[in-house]
Design a protein around this ligand. Structure first.
Ligand code: FRU
Length: 489
């Protein structure tokens, strides 16, 4: 633990070939979900599921970092550690939750997870702070001692928010078995004082269609609609993070869904949590990995060789489009990372690949604007994190209107392809691609669709090129932003 803190202070971006440069990573060892995202007393606070002792998921703590701009982070000492009867167990600890400010005090809500006689107990607890640096667990924890009647022991991830002068909390739950054939729920609680909570009913019920347990639920208002998000376990379509848009009657706890969709069609986008930035925008940050990483699925992911595991997505501003689809796009603060910009207009491309850059720092953003009337070819391919026959490809098929992110040749780890449908707007398509040491994110048409994945390239995979498999294309506009690190070194 001491060692972990020491490392945290000496964090450096040179810790390995996969250590991310501008995506948040823990100073050392394992991390998963973002927790307690909040702007409090002039700083952004980011807490996260953390095991300071090893690169494996175990005894969950809340790691902590602060930032002035949500992009450049400073590691802080661990905020919560499992040290109470109700939250102390190697397969438990201080699980995910959220933060709110009331009368200048920062309230953290978390799920205490322990086991009694081999039976898992999950309860909702509070820790408070007056300075955002040191935290005290509430002596009368837990504030919610058991799930609603008829629910299973899987009862976690409180997200607290205020609406019309009242406090509300959504919590993930399940009827039956979360691992096998249970039915997921998002429960709603109400409170006047943050300490006493009353169960109001369920905001969302799976009814056999949306998975067995709704992990990390969230609920926020956008353009007069209520957006509900969660990461369902065992979703039939492998939908990792789900969103609904609808209207909410808080008095009777009736949520009417008007729209439902997948937040990110990539492999690695789980447990997103939202918060309000200092300008009032709704922003989301997610764990940019997934439970495929757990040893019973594939393995623990390769980065333990570098003594860290897990990263977060860059913060994304959330908006609804004119048809109430959820759109997410990197916050404008990302631009504070730009060290150099290169642009091309009317770039002629053909079968022979054109190299767009060789970036030894492997940290960049590519913006492409395509006018389909200038493209004779059916396909266009952009390869990133590449060297000769190793690369991650973003392939655009203009006929079937599908973008494929193919990492089959990207690394020696997982491989895989994801398909994402897209639409043209007045014959235009815009792509924004974020490249870091072990991830690629693609934003289609300013965030109408997002494709996020991890990839573990070799150190020499630094190049980006563009080509068409046959015939010619003219690319209207290409912008390459070379990015610096989020970490002070
Ligand atoms: C989601 C999750 C949460 C839980 C936490 C434990 O990734 O399973 O439901 O609180 O991770 O680390």
């Amino acid at each position: 633990m001491e060692q972990a803190l020491e490392r945290a202070l000496k964090r450096s971006e040179t810790e390995g070939k996969w250590r991310q440069r501008y995506h948040f990573t823990p100073p050392v060892s394992w991390m998963n979900d973002p927790n307690g995202l909040v702007y409090y007393k002039g700083l952004y606070h980011l807490f996260y599921q953390y095991n300071p002792k090893s690169c494996k998921w175990d005894s969950m703590h809340w790691g902590h970092a602060v930032s002035e701009d949500m992009i450049h982070w400073k590691d802080m000492p661990v905020a919560l550690k499992p040290d109470q009867e109700y939250d102390c167990h190697p397969e438990g600890g201080c699980f995910s939750g959220s933060a709110v400010e009331k009368d200048g005090v920062l309230f953290l809500f978390y799920t205490a997870t322990t086991q009694i006689d081999g039976v898992v107990h999950q309860t909702q607890c509070i820790a408070t702070s007056k300075d955002g640096m040191t935290f005290e667990k509430y002596p009368n924890n837990p504030v919610i001692k058991e799930p609603p009647q008829g629910f299973s022991n899987d009862f976690r991830d409180p997200k607290v928010f205020k609406h019309n002068g009242k406090w509300y909390m959504v919590v993930g739950g399940c009827i039956g078995s979360a691992t096998f054939d249970g039915d997921g729920r998002i429960c709603l609680y109400e409170s006047d004082d943050l300490y006493n909570w009353k169960y109001k009913g369920n905001v969302l019920e799976s009814n056999g269609k949306l998975g067995t347990m709704m992990e990390c639920p969230d609920m926020f208002e956008l353009n007069g609609k209520w957006v509900v998000t969660c990461s369902p376990m065992n979703h039939p379509d492998y939908n990792k993070s789900l969103y609904c848009v609808g209207t909410m009657d808080f008095e009777n706890c009736i949520y009417t869904i008007e729209k439902m969709g997948n937040m990110d069609v990539g492999f690695d986008y789980y447990a997103p949590q939202s918060f309000t930035d200092k300008e009032g925008n709704r922003v989301l940050i997610a764990w940019q990995n997934g439970w495929l990483w757990m040893p019973w699925c594939i393995d623990w992911g390769p980065t333990s060789l570098e003594n860290w595991r897990g990263c977060l997505s860059v913060p994304r501003k959330v908006q609804l489009d004119s048809e109430n689809n959820l759109c997410m796009y990197p916050v404008k603060e990302v631009e504070s990372l730009i060290s150099q910009i290169v642009t091309y207009t009317d770039m002629e491309i053909g079968e022979k690949a054109i190299k767009l850059y060789d970036d030894p720092n492997r940290s960049n953003r590519i913006i492409l604007k395509l006018d389909i009337t200038k493209i004779e070819s059916r396909n266009l391919e952009i390869c990133v994190l590449g060297k000769e026959s190793s690369y991650t490809a973003i392939q655009i098929d203009f006929l079937s209107k599908i973008i494929t992110l193919d990492k089959s040749y990207g690394d020696h780890y997982e491989g895989g392809r994801m398909n994402c449908p897209f639409e043209l707007h007045d014959n235009y398509l815009e792509l924004c691609i974020l490249v870091d040491h072990s991830s690629v994110e693609v934003y289609v048409n300013h965030g109408e669709k997002c494709i996020t994945t991890n990839v573990y390239p070799e150190e020499n995979q630094t190049e980006c090129w563009i080509r068409t498999p046959y015939k010619k294309a003219v690319v209207d506009y290409v912008q390459i932003d070379f990015l610096t690190s989020s970490w002070e070194v």
